[in-house]
Design a protein around this ligand. Sequence first.
Ligand code: NAD
Ligand code: WQD
Length: 338
Amino acid sequence: MKILVTGGLGYIGSHTVVELQNEGFEVVVIDNLSNSSLNVLDGIKAITGKKPIFEELDLREKSKVQDFFKRHDDIAGVIHFAASKAVGESMEKPLLYYENNLGVLVYILQELIKKKNTSFIFSSSCTVYGEADEMPITEDAPVKSAESPYGNTKQVGEEVISDTCRVNPNLKAIALRYFNPIGAHPSTQIGELPIGVPQNLVPYITQTGVGLREQLSVFGDDYPTKDGTCIRDYIHVVDLAKAHVIALQRLIQGDNQENYEVFNLGTGKGSSVLEVIQSFERVSGKSLNYKIEDRRSGDVVQAYANTQKANEVLGWKAKSTLDEAMKSAWDWECKIRS
Ligand code: NAD
Ligand code: WQD
């Protein structure tokens, strides 16, 4: 069965391509290499023994999207990762984010609704919950008004899909709300490749550990939490990737209750920034140079998932501990810098 993975050479996409190929799916990847490189194909081949079919294509070119679906009329499902994802950049270039994250989504859905029966998985984010009132966060927690154009593209993206599904019963879709994906494939063949200075905590920590950055700034230690630093739900990217395959199988087998569903993907466990640093120090045997700085604007105090719906309905549960995920991130960082 042929599955299109957009953004399949990116961080989460490449790990999902591996899991799809391991489950016997035939994968076609579209990527414009704006935040990834062709070498990722070699990494995927080293793990699975097979390169996916690859098309270098910018999905913002609507006619090319139309042409792709004409040439591949046997695509049974789409996992849509391709997007721009830097929150700060989205404040500076909102139209880039609305075009890439929403325009492209519309183009793909316009092609999918022409098909008799099709499955669509969307990369959403826990960012849609904003500062949630209750922890852990369930899927029916209110979606809060977004702090950034990036966050807004995920909220509106979900609405675009839900509205489209309402009037197109042939389209089955699932939005997966990721908490904080970290780590790399245990083979160290693929992993996260941030361009420039990392904005996210774990790549900043591993780059500091390896000597590429001088010091980690911890953004605030005066939050109302156990040690004053923010709490997040860090999930191993391989666990996250496996959930995509399970969600896709649910749609293909027709096990879905409604033709649009939403699931949280997290571990259910909240970890503070200082606990993440301690995890790094445990698995690397190194002490991390860090300094407490001012709060970063826009950060929520805490966000961790209630995972009951994904556990019970999808039959999926994150398996890796924070230390296991951190170890894989560290092994990957050491490998790419060696
Ligand atoms: P990534 O940047 O590593 O991967 C995205 C891939 O899409 C890249 O390879 C990029 O080159 C490609 N791409 C972007 N625009 C494209 C276009 N117009 N045409 C073709 N290819 C294009 O990002 P990621 O971390 O793997 O995230 C994947 C998805 O998950 C994104 O939608 C992101 O918003 C979402 N998400 C990520 C996180 C996270 O923390 N990484 C959390 C929640 C949600
Ligand atoms: C985690 C914690 C920081 C860097 C962001 C996006 C969100 C999303 C995932 C996509 C926070 C602290 C960080 C540093 C630090 N993705 N920190 N020093 O903020 O939960 O989410 O990425 O949808 O939309 O907003 O993740 O990794 O940036 O931060 O102290 O140098 O680490 O303050 O508490 P975040 P993060």
